[in-house]
Structures are given as structure tokens and as C-alpha cells.
Design a protein around this ligand. Structure first.
Ligand SMILES: [Zn+2]
Length: 192
């Protein structure tokens, strides 16, 4: 199980700006990278949030909602066709889809119960909560039971985020201003 995710700066900028562009809706993207001894993010593949009520496989659990009425402001879904296209594009370049990213406008950068329930496979989940920080998580589905089982939540492990030179960004807040990146300490670790 990986414990670190290395970012190239251009990926970080594309990620944050593409997710922010659709606020207050949740934005989403696929993440392509190397799967060697260390996870390295090479390409961010912005996607449309195609969530809609009743979407197959993303059924709501009674009493497990994250707030008021579900909408694209609190839910996201990736188009499976985008995933196929990204996989195909990456394969030609020696890259793999290592996971996904999405935003939590106004929320915290940690997986919600629905994020954990709907995680279909082991992989990276990066969550951008704007000023509350950016955090990376390894979603472990393989030992938690199938996503089709209604009550099964993927296990969640924090990933250490590092820049291209290996400087630790930590699993904390991160701000991007005018193409420059800096860390802040307003993030919080997963505690649920
Ligand atoms: Zn989420």
C-alpha cells in the first residue's frame, strides 16, 4: 500500500484550477501516473461531474446523507467513458489511472461516507477543499468488501503529499497563488 504521492507542480495547478472552475459544484478529475515503488502523478485529466439523482451504482443510503438535498454541490460522478478514454490514452504512454480527485466546496478535505461507500477499487483519492486544504488518501476496497454491498465502506489511509523535489507538503492545507505553491497548516487528518 503506497504512503506517498508525488506531485509535479503543473499537475497541482491544473488540478486545483479545474476543480475550482465549477464551484460551487463539486469538480472531478482522473489522475494518471506511474505505479512504481512510489506513486507519481503525471497527468490530471479533468472530467465533467455527471452526477444526477438515481445514478446507477451511486444509490443513496437512508440516513447516511452528508447534509441536505443531494446535488452536484455535494455529489460527484465520473463518466465511465472518460475513464476508458483516460486508460487508453495513458496505456499508450506508459501511464496508469491511479485514482481520482474531486472537490469539497466548503467542506473538509477528507472522504465522506459516500466517497468511501462508492469507491469501487483500491486507488488514490485526492480531495481539494479550497482554503481548508488539499489531501490525498489511499482508498482500500479490496479488503473491505465489494462496493455493491450497501453498508461496506472502503478503508481510508492518509497519503503524504510531496512536491517534485520530494519536499513534503504534508497531508495538510496547500494554496496555489500565481503559479507558486505554499503549504499551510489549516488541514486536518482523517479522524472518523
Ligand atoms: Zn467527496
Amino acid at each position: 500500500m503506497p504512503w506517498r504521492l508525488r506531485f509535479d507542480w503543473d499537475c497541482l495547478i491544473v488540478l486545483r484550477r479545474s476543480l475550482d472552475a465549477v464551484a460551487p459544484n463539486e469538480g472531478c478529475a482522473l489522475l494518471l501516473g506511474d505505479c512504481g515503488s512510489e506513486l507519481r502523478l503525471r497527468v490530471v485529466w479533468p472530467c465533467c461531474n455527471v452526477w444526477r439523482p438515481g445514478l446507477q451504482g451511486l444509490e443513496e443510503q437512508p440516513g447516511c446523507g452528508d447534509g441536505p438535498r443531494p446535488s452536484r454541490q455535494t455529489r460527484f460522478a465520473l463518466d465511465p467513458r472518460e475513464q476508458i478514454a483516460a486508460q487508453r490514452w495513458g496505456r499508450q504512454r506508459g501511464l496508469h489511472v491511479v485514482g481520482s480527485a474531486h472537490s469539497h466546496p466548503g467542506g473538509e478535505p477528507r472522504p465522506s461516507s459516500n466517497d468511501r461507500r462508492w469507491a469501487a477499487a483500491d486507488g488514490v483519492m485526492v480531495i481539494d477543499a479550497g482554503v481548508r486544504g488539499l489531501a490525498g488518501w489511499w482508498m482500500e476496497r479490496s479488503t473491505a468488501g465489494p462496493a455493491s454491498a450497501p453498508a461496506t465502506l472502503a478503508k481510508v489511509h492518509p497519503l503524504s503529499l510531496v512536491g517534485p523535489e520530494g519536499a513534503a507538503l504534508g497531508n495538510t492545507g496547500l494554496s496555489v497563488h500565481n503559479s507558486r505553491c505554499r503549504t499551510s497548516d489549516d488541514g486536518s487528518a482523517f479522524g472518523a
